[in-house]
Design a protein around this ligand. Structure first.
Ligand code: WTA
Length: 635
């Protein structure tokens, strides 16, 4: 059997060439030899990026859980699949073998069936980072139900919007979730959300925090009681390659989040391929990705990619700063983690406390480090390299998106020469191009432009749930026939890519995507708010922070009070992650003559770049610019 693992830079060059010259052959070979299929495909790829329509492995039948679980049982059933580390270090960690995980997934899949879930039904999962979350996700996949995981930090309004958008019939949640010293009242938030979700007829509640909660008769049932009613024998549903596997929401330029749809076969193939090659996972390695399963990183690189590889994956319930800021390094030492994958914001947050929290922990097991979610600045890169990797671990800076399903541009650990702040080179099968603002392809090697992908790859999102037109408009209309990422990007003389950040109305704050329109909509809900404009500005730890410019209705208003009410409103409508760092009240917002708010000017003011404001004479109200600027300096 051919070895598909890239082991040297020459291998990489060769694989890359093959994947570009004949993508179908390349993926056909890899997919055929590395997975179990219930039935093979008739056609590897069919696509039309104008529609857009993309189909991989058409005609194939499979179940991703057979690849993540069943196929490991005969030889590696006793190998640890998941090491679960609790929020509180005094609680014992759990080691779950592939055999045990298989049994848990099958049993919970039967619970879902008993509760009326059928193939194709959408299941909303709003849970803390407990083992049962991974089990729930896999149990959905087992029976062909579509999981829609909503990050447990989102508010009731965000939860109900997502439930209704994808018409979920059932909600899986817990009595509460531990996060550091706090308990998130997940059931209470769910109850509030469900007041506006008439379609949900069943809620399965896991007992985790023992918080007092209300169970609604006829709707709510306990997880542990349901388990007692079923056995753990559950055949894997036979899925078509292009059947939906999951929906995951991400922020958009309008207020409404986008339910990105991923399908079974292509997603499985690419999440596995990228996991194995980027991290260079070797048998017996302990791998830890610190993301939450509520985000795409958790889907692809805590659950699907690692489990399909037969890896041992760590799942951490808590936060990096509890009980103190050495928690990550304690866990690395405790579980002898070999591969560690986290976000730049976490690195920056931990670096500020100094190396003493790292010293005293044996990190010698580490051999590879990774980052994801936002550009990593040079300082954080070097801190990570020196203090965590002790200058002997390659750092893979992995660029990708919820929409791409898997890592697109990244060094391969120990193979691709790294360059701080550069994601470096595309993975095989990925064809990045830079486009200029006029929509033309930039053919020079050294260049800066908008990052697009010119050719389909297996794990690309297929649509936005219920809104294909929006999918087309957002991703395939700016540059005809190409997928537009929304990111700006630079390319150096060696062909390395460096992502420079979003060029649209999405802000990345502490690694979380937030739509400025979504935050503005929340602020505008306040009865005294006339208008608002939200922009980002650089922040040492979070990467970006949120700056809101707000105009109020009426005079004689207590601004301090309103500020607090606005913050509360944003928390209630979106979640604490979306709270503005600065709220500035202004008498007006700079507008074009057609009434469009000039965010470009506000961005400059927020970033304190007031030297070169450009031509403001064409504004409807140029006089407010100076006023806003003067006030901003007072903040
Ligand atoms: C940003 C996370 C620079 C980028 C997997 C992208 C990055 C957005 C990197 C997607 C990176 C992600 N370097 N920027 N290594 N990784 N981004 O959907 O702007 O939560 O478009 O997916 O994060 O965020 P999402």
């Amino acid at each position: 059997m051919k070895d598909y693992r890239i082991r040297s830079i020459d291998d990489y060059m060769q694989s890359y060439q093959e994947s570009i010259q004949d993508p179908e052959q390349f993926w056909d070979d890899y997919a055929r030899e590395n997975f179990i299929w219930k039935k093979s495909w008739d056609k590897v790829l069919e696509f039309d990026l104008l529609k857009p329509e993309v189909k991989w492995f058409q005609g194939a039948k499979l179940n991703i859980t057979e690849n993540c679980l069943d196929r490991h049982l005969s030889q590696n059933g006793d190998r640890t699949a998941i090491i679960w580390e609790p929020n509180d270090p005094k609680e014992v960690a759990k080691h779950v073998s592939y055999k045990e995980l298989h049994s848990m997934v099958c049993q919970f899949a039967n619970v879902l069936k008993e509760n009326g879930v059928k193939k194709g039904d959408r299941v909303c999962v709003y849970m803390p980072m407990v083992l049962e979350l991974a089990v729930a996700v896999l149990a959905c996949a087992r029976i062909g139900a579509v999981h829609s995981v909503v990050f447990a930090g989102f508010s009731s309004k965000s939860l109900s919007d997502r439930i209704n958008d994808s018409d979920c019939k059932i909600l899986l949640t817990a009595d509460g979730g531990f996060r550091g010293s706090k308990v998130t009242p997940l059931k209470e938030i769910s109850d509030e959300a469900l007041e506006s979700c008439p379609g949900v007829h069943r809620v399965i509640v896991l007992k985790r925090t023992e918080s007092p909660i209300q169970m609604k008769v006829g709707r709510d049932v306990w997880w542990h009681k349901e388990l007692m009613k079923v056995d753990d024998d559950c055949p894997a549903a036979s899925m078509d390659a292009e059947d939906m596997l999951f929906i995951l929401y991400t922020s958009g330029s309008t207020g409404k989040p986008k339910g990105m749809v991923h399908t079974c076969a292509g997603y499985m193939v690419y999440s596995t391929y990228s996991f194995q090659n980027v991290f260079q996972y070797e048998e017996q390695d302990v791998y830890w990705c610190t993301a939450d399963i509520g985000w795409i990183t958790g889907h692809s690189y805590i659950i699907y990619g690692p489990l399909s590889t037969g890896a041992t994956t760590v799942m951490f319930e808590g936060i990096p700063s509890y009980p103190d800021v050495s928690r990550f390094w304690q866990i690395v030492e405790k579980h002898k983690v070999n591969i560690f994958y986290t976000a730049p914001t976490a690195i920056r947050a931990l670096a500020q406390y100094g190396p003493e929290f790292v010293q005293g922990h044996d990190l010698s097991s580490l051999k590879t480090l990774g980052t994801v979610g936002e550009p990593i600045n040079e300082e954080a890169w070097h801190w990570y390299d020196e203090h965590i990797g002790k200058k002997k671990c390659p750092i893979v800076d992995t660029w990708w998106q919820t929409e791409t399903g898997g890592i697109m541009i990244s060094a391969l650990a120990g193979i691709t020469p790294t360059k701080p702040t550069f994601a470096t080179l595309p993975l095989p099968g990925i064809q990045p191009v830079l486009m200029d603002e006029k929509g033309d392809l930039i053919s020079e090697l050294v260049a800066e432009g908008r990052l697009c992908i010119a050719y389909p790859w297996p794990s690309m999102a297929r649509t936005i749930y219920g809104d294909h037109q929006r999918f087309k408009d957002t991703y395939f209309s700016s540059f005809t026939g190409k997928y537009f990422t929304g990111d700006g990007c630079r390319r150096d003389e060696e062909g390395n890519y460096r992502i420079t950040g979003r060029v649209d109305d999405i802000l990345i704050v502490s690694g979380h995507n937030l739509g400025t329109a979504e935050i503005e909509n929340a602020i505008n809900e306040h009865t005294h708010v006339a208008e608002s404009a939200v922009v980002g500005y650089p922040h040492d730890i979070k990467g970006n922070s949120i700056y809101a410019f707000v105009t109020l209705k009426g005079t004689d208003i207590n601004q301090e009070l309103i500020k607090n009410e606005i913050l509360q409103l944003v928390c209630d409508l979106i979640g604490p992650i979306a709270k503005p760092e600065i709220i500035q009240f202004c008498s007006g917002l700079p507008k074009t003559r057609s009434g469009k708010i000039m965010r470009r000017i506000l961005r400059k003011i927020a970033c304190r770049e007031t030297e070169n404001m450009g031509d403001i004479s064409t504004l409807l109200n140029p006089e407010v610019v100076q006023e806003i600027q003067d006030q901003a300096l007072a903040h």
